[in-house]
Design a protein around this ligand. Structure first.
Ligand code: SAH
Length: 211
């Protein structure tokens, strides 16, 4: 077995030992080559359960957190999902195997362009990219079945919740920097039910866009 396949199998076993049980999520993690999403110098670490630096001072999330957030979304093949914070495109690639279409937004143009090229070369064709401020969401494509935010904000954006279908689920790291927690929001007819999953660390969600 090649080195990469061996490391990947070990990571999947580790994720299972941490309670990630759903076969379709584990198989999406097996299918997406994380080594294609990290800087060349860090490829040896691609299958460690760590977040790694990417361009623009941002990070690709830890595989366990990607798996846990994906699981919390309770996705099916018919869903249309909005992601805020494309970054490397790794989370979007995982989601692309589990739903109908991913709409992903990024405020740093070079990251978005790289992620778009990366997914094209991996022949992922159900991800749509937008360079823009995730605080505004994606009104033209709303409402979404699911929304995932992969950057930390002090409070949940009402605009994003308003772009979620009734019965839809949103997962986001929310709280003051350094003390954020993953929250799972289920939109109801008359508001939203919110529960807290676990403490996490994410790069901040910033306002506006940058070239
Ligand atoms: N999901 C990514 C992780 C990205 S890190 C992956 O799988 O690699 C979070 C990303 O959110 C960063 O790239 C950052 O630039 C982006 N971001 C921060 N604030 C944003 C905003 N307001 N709108 C869109 N993207 C934002």
């Amino acid at each position: 077995m090649s080195d990469i396949l061996h490391k990947k199998a070990k990571l999947v076993m580790f994720l299972r030992s941490q309670g990630i049980m759903r076969p379709h999520i584990l198989s999406a993690l097996e299918r997406v080559p994380r080594e294609a999403f990290v800087p060349r110098a860090l490829v040896a670490h691609a299958y460690e359960n760590v977040s790694l630096p990417i361009a623009g001072g941002q990070t690709i999330s830890q595989p366990f957190i990607v798996a846990r957030m994906t699981e919390a979304l309770e996705i099916n093949k018919r869903h249309r999902i909005l992601e805020i914070g494309t970054g490397s495109g790794y989370q979007a690639a995982i989601l692309s195997h589990l739903c109908r279409r991913v709409y992903t937004m990024e405020r740093l143009r070079p990251l978005m362009v790289d992620a778009e090229n990366r997914l094209r070369s991996l022949q992922v064709s159900n991800v749509t990219f937008r360079y823009g401020d995730g605080y505004k969401g994606w009104p033209e494509a709303a409402p979404f079945d699911r929304i995932i935010v992969t950057c930390q904000s002090e409070r949940l954006s009402d605009i994003l919740v308003s772009q979620l279908k009734v019965g839809g689920i949103l997962v986001a790291p929310v709280g003051v920097t350094g003390h954020e927690e993953l929250i799972v929001v289920k939109r109801t007819e008359d508001g939203a039910d919110v529960k807290t999953l676990m403490p996490v660390r994410f790069v901040p969600m910033l306002k506006g866009t940058e070239q």
